[in-house]
Design a protein. Sequence first.
Length: 424
Amino acid sequence: MDLPVDLPTLYLVGAAASAICAVSLFAARRTHAPSGPALIWGACSQLLVSLSLLLSALPATQPGSTQQILADAGGTAGLVMLYESVRRLCLLPPRPHMAAGVVITLVGLHMALSGLSAPVDELYPQIGSVIQGGFAALMLPVLGRRLAVDPRGPMTAAIALAGFLVFAHLFRLSWVGVFSGAGLTGPGFSGSVIESLLAALCSLSPLMHALVTISCVNGRLAGELRRAASTDELTGLSTRRDLFTSARASLLTQRHRTALLMIDIDWFKQVNDRHGHKVGDRVLAHFAAVLRDALPGCDLVARYGGEEFCALIERDSEALVRQEALALCERVRAHPFQAENLRIPLTVSIGVAQGREAATIEELFAMADRRVYLAKAMGRDRVVDRRSARPAPGEELTRADEPRRGRPSGERPTLAEAGLPGRS
């Protein structure tokens, strides 16, 4: 049973689609710089496939002609370049010499066979199928290693596409080997339903490859944007936005175990004034590393702003929370900043607020904020929590809170308005 499919027309459509996909991949190379080389190699692969399909659509002259050699070699070279594109997309070391060697060997083999008898000429497509299927199989483990790292949807689609290419070439080789008698082509395959279906799918595979590649790059870019939005660039800690999101979730699920530690580096303004902002930035990065090492991985450590940091922790009792905060003070004292001939001692003032003390996240942060101010006023290098806070400024609405009225949400009153000594 034959399908009413005109193969030259199908090849022409595939050639046009491949050319369009090549332009799209090349234009997207600057969208995500780390994936740029992969997109360029993918675009070159699509161009070679487009050329191969175009030559296959043209009327054949004779077996072993230059047209046939270029058509067969172009498709195989395109898939070899696709393998190189996949390696670069998966951040593996490139192997351009291997790809070039395979292509040169393939063209030389075709030229050597071009003067032989017609039955040998019929080996051209089969040689291409062996090489293309082999390189498609090599893509599978390369893509499989990225499943746990890259967006799962696009990477699964890429594996499925590579698997389809392997299956198509294996099926083609098996079909012509079993049903074509002594020859590897002939009425068992040529003009059959199977040939028409495989030709249609292979003509569409460049379009599928382009869609999968762009989806993978976009997913990778989206992941990087999410990480950038939730990670402070200087310290590598979580951002204030990520902190608030996690705090809301903790108050909903673990209110009685949740505690917020607001941590302020003492006398940090003097570090900037005396040593400059470059050294100040290095001090902040050093301090962030001390915080990360001091607290378990299940706790969230974030940069709140400037020299202020926060730790969102879950402990079973208020005493354990205070013990953690005191241990943090001690650890900071024991790890001054040191670089070249410079040594800068560090201490912190910590305000502690328990989740059970606050009805909303805003109250939780405001309470911790007031207690940091109080720790500064009491001499710095200390922890202030519910039990050690003075009732007036810590637990009641006093003049320390009055200036907040009428301010935008989150804006802190000045020190003079708060009635406290200078905070630095």
